[in-house]
Design a protein around this ligand. Structure first.
Ligand code: C2E
Ligand code: CA
Ligand code: CA
Length: 834
């Protein structure tokens, strides 16, 4: 399909626009990604630093303090065997300061290598509560409500051995101050129980570990801090150790649900995803910051894991994890971005709309022109196209088109006027009649077609000028006679049509046609010469019953040609006439088919000498033996063959067969040497210049003796034909071929004409023979003809002898030859037995 001008301009424009838009958007998205990564990293760094500082506060200072306490205990040798009272006193004196400076510390304690323990825990009201296990508590770990053994014991634990506690064990292994692993405190008053301890070994002089100082930190504080970070930064933060155990997190899950003793479990999918990602690092230590991106649902997260080591404790390593969601990073800018896209899109759409509007405005006159050109081409009137375009070239184009179309319309109008009117009579032409009829709303009425039967003769004899005058006069008379609302046209040479809107029946229309005909043929004198002519009328009533005026005109013409057999008649169209024509058309096709398939053949009817009854010749009579129609007599196909021009071929065919049969018949002894074969030749055949050549060819090919051949020509043909016809006739006679005048007595040939022709046989039509009686025979026309024939020295064949009486009477009249069913019916060559 071809593209429209508008789409040809607009589509590339829209495509370029969208490509540009998509390009810009992609660059923006890429930049956004970059920007968000940068921001994410910044944010993560800041959070990580924050946590580091906090952890430093939490851990480093705690460790330092622990080490100071450890130093004091070691250097003063407070720990002596099973006596830990000095340690108790020292701790009691320092613990208030510890809690003041390091609020994260929950318990400050000391476990000795002899399995004793002393410590102070933070009471609910800011007081210090003693925890003791030595001889005084009979080896049971006792929690006191106050800071001395004199206070009430709150709880006792049997079989407590500090040396088995995680904080003690860690030191045994490291031999240096160290952070314990995460463990569950046995302190039932501690809310979370999750504890880590700064453990400091107390070495004796020989370097063995005498005891361990531990400062316990409640992890909950770390968690609270992280939650604060989370809300401040909108980030997920978490800390885990070398074993991948989660120490603290800002996860959304309820902290009390987290069972740290099982290595730390969280329900926060962000943390889970991040830890999964670094599961490779599980049980591995790494020193560098690790950064990666994860996805949870539709959301992207920037993650970073930073190793953290408390100062002076190189082996101890935690990992600070921070995850920041992409959307939280650029929340504002995403909105801004979408807004800017929307604004951009809107501006572009408006721009596109403006462009489309202008293109439309520019193209509109072109479209109008195209439409108008199309209408003009299909024959419609278009008028002037509005030319309010702004483009100079287009204005010129439209102006030129307007001028051109105006000219074309005027020319068409002129041509139409010429085509629709007859110059000579000023009546409508056939086209004009058709056009006017189409404009009539109420299509009904009666159509009469008048044909001047001998118009050609008028032209020939009086000349065209006078012929024109006759036409003009007929047109005048027709106009005068007809009603005003009738349409009158000269449809062809001497043919006029009158379309009356009145619906006339058969009788009425006949009377109407008759009166017009009479008026038209009234005495007409042109330049002092009276011109006589006949008029035939073809009538079509109820024109609304047919598909259009053209069909009515054709029907009237059919009626005319049907009526023209009797010129000057009034003939009403009937369906049968059409059927007859259709039949003729069909017959024509059948005849052609018959000729091609050799379905035509001559039958032979004997001609006898009346005196002796001896067969002296035969007449070849064409027969059509058709597989479709059966045996068809010549009356049914000869006239059609003559009308359609097939008669030449058909006649030649019969002549050829007859000639070849003569040669064979004589050779076989079937026929005598002077046997006369009569073959019918149509006057049409004889009027052709080619006839002689084909006759000569047949004579040559069949080697027939011209003396055995007589060509029958109808008498009526003789009178009407001259020229080639006569020349052919003379040539035939010159060739020694005989000529018979057929159907003699039915025509009007003058005797003088007959005398001119050198024919040698007259065939008396059977109409004269059938009327012969004993009473009238000697005064009959037959007797007269026979007398004439004697004066011009020809012999006579009487046709159609059906009875013996007829044969005898003819004999008495000295008629030499006869032909008829009495002697024999026409028969095919093979069945000839006369
Ligand atoms: P036609 O030339 O006058 O032929 C004589 C017609 O009278 C033949 O009719 C023949 O069968 C018929 N006829 C003969 N004896 C009798 C009789 O005793 N009583 C009656 N009632 N009729 C008799 P057919 O064969 O039907 O031919 C009709 C016409 O067809 C012929 O009239 C002739 O004009 C034409 N025709 C036949 N064959 C040809 C042909 O080959 N070429 C041309 N151009 N015309 C042919
Ligand atoms: Ca004949
Ligand atoms: Ca005849």
């Amino acid at each position: 399909m071809k593209r429209s001008l508008k789409s040809a301009i607009l589509i590339p424009f829209i495509v370029v626009f969208f490509i540009t838009f998509i390009g810009i958007t992609s660059i923006q998205i890429y930049k956004f990604e970059q920007q968000s990564r940068m921001l994410g990293e910044k944010k993560i760094l800041s959070i990580t630093n924050n946590i580091k500082t906090k952890l430093d506060n939490f851990l480093k200072e705690t460790m330092h303090f622990g080490m100071v306490i450890g130093n004091v205990i070691a250097s003063n040798e407070y720990n002596k065997g099973h006596d830990i009272s000095n340690v108790q006193d020292y701790l009691h004196s320092t613990v208030t300061d510890v809690y003041h400076l390091l609020p994260q510390v929950e318990v400050v304690g000391f476990g000795s290598s002899s399995a004793d323990y002393v410590g102070f825990r933070k009471g609910e009201n800011g007081d210090n509560q003693l925890i003791l296990k030595d001889s005084r508590t009979k080896g049971r770990l006792t929690f006191y409500s106050g800071d001395s053994v004199s206070s009430d014991a709150l709880m006792t634990v049997n079989n407590y051995d500090p040396r088995n506690r995680p904080w003690y064990l860690s030191v045994l292994e490291a031999k240096n101050p160290i952070w314990s692993t995460l463990y569950t405190s046995i302190d039932v008053y501690n809310k979370t129980n999750s504890t880590i301890s700064a453990s400091i070994p107390i070495n004796n002089k020989s370097g063995d570990i005498d005891g361990v100082v531990s400062l316990d930190i409640n992890i909950e504080q770390l968690i609270n801090f992280m939650l604060k970070l989370k809300s401040e930064y909108d980030a997920t933060v978490y800390i885990f150790n070398d074993n991948g155990e989660l120490i603290s997190n800002s996860g959304s899950d309820n902290i009390s649900n987290v069972n740290y003793s099982r290595g730390g479990i969280t329900l926060d999918p962000v943390i889970i995803k991040s830890l999964q990602h670094i599961s490779d690092f599980k049980n591995h230590t790494f020193d560098k910051v690790v950064k990666y991106k994860t996805h949870v649902g539709d959301e992207g997260f920037y993650n970073s894991i930073t190793p953290y080591a408390a100062e002076g404790t190189e082996d101890f390593r935690w990992y600070i994890g921070v995850s920041v969601s992409q959307s939280s990073l650029l929340e504002v800018s995403v909105e801004n971005r979408i807004l800017s896209w929307l604004i951009g899109l809107s501006i572009c759409t408006i721009g596109l709309w403006i462009v489309a509007y202008h293109i439309n405005k520019i193209i509109y006159p072109i479209e109008l022109t195209i439409e108008a050109a199309d209408m003009l081409a299909s024959g419609h009137k278009i008028g002037k196209i509005k030319n309010d375009g702004e483009i100079k070239e287009i204005q010129t184009l439209v102006n030129s088109f307007n001028r051109m179309s105006l000219k074309i319309e005027r020319t068409i109008d002129k041509l139409k006027n010429q085509a629709f009117h007859d110059d000579l009579t000023k009546l409508y032409s056939k086209a004009g009649l058709i056009d006017s009829y189409q404009k009539i709303k109420d299509k009904k009425g009666t159509l009469l077609v008048f044909s001047i039967s001998t118009f050609k003769n008028i032209n020939d004899s009086l000349g065209y000028e006078k012929g024109d005058l006759v036409l003009k006069e007929v047109a005048n008379r027709l106009t005068k006679f007809s009603e005003e609302d009738s349409l009158i046209a000269r449809i062809d040479g001497g043919k006029f049509a009158l379309l009356s809107p009145r619906e006339l029946d058969f009788r009425q229309s006949k009377t109407y046609a008759k009166s017009i005909k009479q008026f038209l043929t009234e005495r007409l004198i042109i330049d002092g010469v009276e011109v006589a002519f006949r008029i035939s009328v073809g009538v079509v009533t109820d024109i609304q019953d047919y598909s259009g005026i053209e069909q009515c005109l054709r029907n009237a013409s059919v009626a005319l040609s049907d009526g023209q057999k009797g010129q000057g008649r009034i003939s009403h169209f009937s369906r049968e006439m059409l059927e007859k024509i259709e039949h003729k058309t069909q017959m024509c096709a059948d005849i052609k088919h018959g000729i091609d398939n050799h379905e035509f053949t001559p039958f032979y009817q004997p001609i006898v000498e009346l005196k002796t009854g001896e067969v002296v010749g035969a007449e070849a009579l064409a027969r059509w033996i058709s597989p479709k129609l059966g045996m068809v007599p010549p009356d049914r196909f000869i006239p059609i063959a003559e009308e359609s021009g097939f008669i030449d071929q058909l006649g030649e065919l019969i002549l050829l067969q007859a000639c070849s049969d003569i040669t064979n018949g004589i050779a076989e002894g079937k026929w005598t040497d002077d046997f006369k074969m009569h073959v019918n030749i149509s006057v049409l055949q004889l009027s052709r210049s080619s006839f002689l050549t084909s006759l000569q060819d047949i004579m040559n090919s069949t080697q027939v003796n011209p003396n055995n051949l007589s060509l029958e020509i109808t008498e009526s043909g003789l009178a009407e034909n001259k020229g080639i016809f006569n020349r052919n006739l003379e040539a035939i006679i010159a060739m020694g071929i005989h000529v018979s005048i057929d159907d003699f007595g039915t025509g009007y040939s003058s005797l003088s004409y007959l005398q001119e022709l050198d024919f040698d046989c007259l065939k008396i039509d059977r109409a004269f023979i059938s009327t012969l009686t004993e009473d009238n025979f000697d005064s009959s026309l037959t007797a007269m003809i026979l007398n004439i024939s004697k004066t011009i020295d020809t012999y006579v064949v009487a046709e159609g002898i059906e009875t013996e009486t007829q044969a005898k009477l003819l004999n008495r009249l000295d008629c030499q030859f006869g032909q008829g069913y009495f002697f024999g019916k026409p028969a095919p060559y093979e069945c000839w037995n006369y």
